[in-house]
Every structure is written in structure tokens, then in C-alpha cells.
Design a protein around this ligand. Structure first.
Ligand code: MG
Length: 295
């Protein structure tokens, strides 16, 4: 199942992609949820209600899409998409999670996952413009696999961790390097308003396959600048979820972005900074492509 947030007259609504068309999820579920059920107004709300039964939800929505063609809102490539989850309670980010990236930064291998945060206000849609050039001279890209939590969890083991993950999406952890390195905390460089493309869809785990066997590439103006595979993560997804859930509660819709491989602009010779007019793409196997123009 591919879940999206799509723009409906200025508001985000939850959608599902069936045969290259986007259908409104709340319309598809009407009649199934009882007369007085509240409308489902976001993907995170959908996960709160159905996160424990995503396979059943997928079947129900797919059947309903065939029976209710009036629920279609447009084709996938025409509808304006937001980040798949527009209102996560947390956006947690892992730094230094690929050996070759740790090597290019000159840092020691981490003994535990290195964690920082972004805010929901950083997230933009998969094809939106990245409008950051006015506040930084050193705008950089970081192509990453991001996971979305499906069920609340605290203190889960690595073995059971994937049971609490709804699926996978793509995230470009856009970073203002000059702001990042003004102090010891990375937040200023990582949490710029409307800087972080995410999407195009939340693809559920049953469709993604093995999350640790996905190729990932980043391109700037068509030239490949990062190319790796999620098998090279130092801390795999299940260990990240387990480790984070040891100290905080993960909630449906929460995003964990899992770190970037080697090839960031800051460590290239000469450095490659994103400038107005550049197009940056991140492609994750079985999940999709982000394509964003810098302004
Ligand atoms: Mg990153």
C-alpha cells in the first residue's frame, strides 16, 4: 500500500495510490466505520486507527477504490503531494550511520546511534521547491531512507521492532552546513523551515521487501553524487527503533530518518553546494524519487 498526503484546496488529506491514481482515504472508508465515526483527516490519524491492521486496511481500501471511482482525486503525477505524514509528533534523525560516510567526516565509528531532531515544520513535499538559499552559503544534500512508525511502542527489542514500523519513505536531510557547525549542536543547520523533502509515498513494509537491501542514489542536476545500499547501515532499522524506544515512546506517524551514505557536498573536492536553480533528486529502490528545485 502506498499512502500519501495530497493537497485539497489548501489542506492536506490522506490518500492511497491505486493504479497510478490517488484516492481519498476517508471517502473510501465511509460506510465501513459506522455512522458517527470522525473523518480520517491525516495519514497519522489513519495509522493511529489502523496501524495494527495495515494488511487488512490495504485490502479494504483497494477493493473500495474499484467500487468507488468517484473517490479518485487525480493521477499520482498531477496531484500536489505533501510529505506522506504532515504532522509527525517527532522527526528523529540518525547521523553517521554508514561506514563510508563516517570515514569521509573523519570521525570515529559511533558506539551507539547518533540522534538529532528536526521538526514537522521542516518537511516539504516530494516535488516542492527548497527555499533556503537566502540564509546559507553552504546548502547540502543527504539522501536517506526514512521509516514511519505504525504502532505506539516503548522498550521493544530489535527482533520485534519491525512489527511497529508502518513502512518506508524517502527523505533528503537538507543541511545548512554553515549553521550546523556554528556550535556543537547540529539543530540550526538541520531544522530550517520548509527545507526537507519527504515522500513521495509511505510504502508499507509488505511492498518494500527487505529494508536492508535497497539501493539509494542522490543526483544533482542529473549527475550522481551518492550511491549506496541500505545494507551498509551501521545500525540497521530494527536496532534504531529498539534503541530509540528504550528512552522515548514512538507514536504512529513518527519519522526516523536513518542517515546518509558517503558523497555529501561538504566532503567533495571541491565542495559542491546547492545553489538556486539546481535540481536535487533522491531515489530509493522500491519506494520512489524525490525531485526538488533549489531557490
Ligand atoms: Mg542526515
Amino acid at each position: 500500500m502506498k499512502l500519501v498526503s495530497y493537497d485539497s484546496a489548501g489542506s492536506w488529506r490522506p490518500g492511497i495510490v491505486v493504479d497510478s491514481s490517488v484516492f481519498d482515504v476517508d471517502t473510501l472508508l465511509k460506510g465501513n466505520r459506522g455512522e458517527n465515526a470522525r473523518p480520517i483527516s491525516s495519514v497519522s490519524e489513519l495509522l493511529r486507527e489502523y496501524g495494527a491492521g495495515l494488511a487488512e486496511l490495504s485490502e479494504r481500501l483497494t477493493v473500495a477504490a474499484r467500487l468507488k471511482p468517484q473517490a479518485v482525486v487525480g493521477t499520482f503525477d498531477k496531484v500536489r503531494l505533501g510529505p506522506p505524514v504532515t504532522d509527525p509528533s517527532k522527526v528523529l534523525c540518525i547521523g553517521l550511520n554508514y561506514n563510508d560516510h563516517v570515514a569521509e567526516t573523519g570521525r570515529a565509528l559511533p558506539s551507539h546511534p547518533d540522534i538529532f531532531a528536526k521538526f514537522a515544520s521542516t518537511l516539504i513535499g516530494p516535488f516542492d521547491e527548497i527555499r533556503c538559499s537566502g540564509i546559507t552559503q553552504n546548502l547540502d544534500f543527504e539522501g536517506e531512507l526514512a521509516i514511519v512508525i505504525g504502532k505506539e511502542c516503548r522498550g521493544v527489542t530489535a527482533e520485534e521492532a519491525l512489527d511497529f514500523v508502518a513502512g518506508v519513505t524517502v527523505l533528503n536531510d537538507i543541511t545548512a552546513r554553515d549553521l550546523q557547525y556554528r556550535g556543537t549542536q547540529w539543530l540550526a543547520g538541520k531544522a530550517v523551515d520548509a527545507s526537507t523533502p519527504c515522500g513521495p509515498a509511505l510504502v508499507t513494509l509488505d511492498e518494500v521487501g527487505d529494508v536492508q537491501e535497497l539501493s539509494i542514489q542522490t543526483r544533482v542536476n542529473g549527475a550522481q553524487v551518492q550511491s549506496s545500499n541500505t545494507r551498509y547501515m551501521i545500525f540497521p532499522v530494527r536496532e534504531l527503533v529498539s534503541y530509540i524506544s528504550f528512552f522515548l515512546t514512538l507514536s504512529p506517524g513518527d519519522i526516523i530518518t536513518t542517515g546518509t551514505p558517503q558523497g555529501i557536498g561538504a566532503k567533495r573536492q571541491p565542495p559542491l553546494w546547492l545553489k538556486p536553480g539546481d535540481t536535487v533528486e533522491v531515489e530509493l529502490q522500491n519506494v520512489g524519487v524525490l525531485r526538488n528545485v533549489v531557490r
